[in-house]
Design a protein around this ligand. Structure first.
Ligand code: HEC
Length: 255
């Protein structure tokens, strides 16, 4: 009994402490959970709303640019289009029909010239590329050219010229290698339509990558040009090693 009474006296304090501790930690946990979920609930929709608002503004901005270009196309003095590439890509993403609308604004395209009778083949026997090189070239094309010159090789007239039925593509590889390494700007007429935009240098491509991609475009889209080797590219790269400025069509005698 004395055991009982003394134990009845003693646990009173630890019991109280335990109750207090329990209450305090419950309260703290409750506060943390409530506070956290309040913040999470408050911040989530806020960030989403900000993101949605930014996207909406970007879309509106692109729509405005598209409209400006369609009603009053950005033109060079010679009447050709000069749309910054960034805008062109944004415009195409914004409105897939924008190219057709730009073409309509540009007026009827002159009838394309008849397909050249495989100039490279005329210079010598046509050599069919190794299928492995074509496969590698297709991969480089998909990584480095496709956004502008398109999967069809038809480009996006009047902004990006076609690689199909384009004499430069099947001619001496020196020109396309130079364009890939340093870029190209200035008026150039391909397939009856004049372009005056800029091709930026293509970054991060080895001599072998360039040989593969050029071989691929020279034997795709109806083109018939002989394969290009990494050694050819290497020599052209070495001959223009100090050059950083984009090539101009004027200095290359291109029209
Ligand atoms: C960012 C867009 C862009 C990319 C990427 C690009 N080009 Fe071009 N390319 C152009 C533009 C624009 C022109 C025309 C430049 C001018 O108006 O002077 C052009 C011109 C050319 C021409 C000469 C014109 C013609 O059609 O024959 C060749 C050849 C060519 N590019 C090949 C390539 C190859 C190969 C790649 C990939 C390795 C590539 N380009 C990547 C935009 C691009």
């Amino acid at each position: 009994m004395s055991d009982h009474s003394s134990s009845g006296n003693r646990p009173l304090i630890p019991g109280q402490v335990a109750v207090w501790l329990g209450a305090v930690s419950l309260l703290a946990a409750g506060l943390i959970v409530t506070g956290y979920s309040y913040l999470a609930l408050r911040q989530g929709p806020n960030e989403d709303a900000a993101r949605r608002q930014a996207q909406k503004e970007l879309r509106a901005e692109n729509a405005k640019k598209a409209q400006a270009l369609l009603t009053e196309p950005a033109r060079n003095a010679d009447g050709t289009f000069r749309i910054p590439l960034k805008d062109a890509v944004a415009l195409v993403a914004q409105d897939p029909k924008v190219v057709a609308k730009l073409q309509a604004a540009a007026g009827p395209a002159p009838a394309p010239a008849a397909a050249p009778a495989a100039p490279a083949a005329a210079a010598g026997a046509f050599v069919k590329a190794d299928p492995e090189q074509m496969k590698r070239g297709a991969a480089v094309y998909a990584r480095t050219c496709i956004a502008c010159h398109q999967p069809t090789g038809l480009g996006l007239p009047p902004v990006f010229p076609p690689l199909a039925n384009a004499p430069i593509v099947v001619g001496n590889p020196e020109l396309p290698v130079k364009f890939i390494l340093q870029g190209l700007m200035g008026p150039i007429t391909v397939n009856g339509m004049t372009y005056n935009s800029m091709m930026p240098p293509v970054a991060g491509v080895s001599d072998a990558d360039i040989a593969d991609v050029l071989t691929y475009v020279r034997q795709s889209f109806g083109n018939q040009g002989n394969p290009v080797t990494a050694d050819q590219v290497k020599a052209i790269r070495a001959a223009n090693a100090g050059r950083t400025a984009p090539w101009t069509t004027a200095e290359l005698g291109l029209k």
